[in-house]
Design a protein around this ligand. Sequence first.
Ligand code: MG
Length: 204
Amino acid sequence: MKIICIGQNYLEHVKELQAKVPEEPVFFCKPDTALLIRNRPFYVPDFTKEPNYETELVLRVCKVGKNIDPKFARDYYDAYTLGFDFTARDLQRTCREEGLPWEICKSFDNSAAIGEFISKEKFPQGPQGLHFELKKNGRVCQSGDTADMIFPVDRLISHVSRFLTLRTGDYIFTGTPPGIGKIEIGDLLEASLEGIPVLRCAIK
Ligand code: MG
């Protein structure tokens, strides 16, 4: 199983990162040891002073595929949830500045929290018509609409599968909307997809 994460897929988030708008989807991977499931708490690792949340729509891959045409992309995932792409922002800054790989800032243990999956059939509006929200300690911190993605889901699947074979059980994080921010010990993160609570995570 692998976790594929799309970066810089919402314009307003690209702006808050002061990054360049990508011409092609940007992605990186997290190993299976990054997975955090069943609403387990996230323990802030000792190597970062700036742990951040990023709330993202996550797809569950249901079929093996390579070089997938965008028009068939919908056959390759069967459910959605939300996930937290936990990021060590201070380390990421160094990695970016020095052109180093991102594993230490993005792929560490428990850095990919995922919620409960809901069948895509429950959302007839399709993958670009979904609204999602993050509350931190009861206050809305991120509010995203998948219609605002720079690259839609079909395009992401097509692009990623040119390089990596998708397999049943893989997960695809589709990028964060704006509003990323710090987490601190004692915080509670709660994310809802189309008003349905799917993921909560206590920060310890
Ligand atoms: Mg992200």
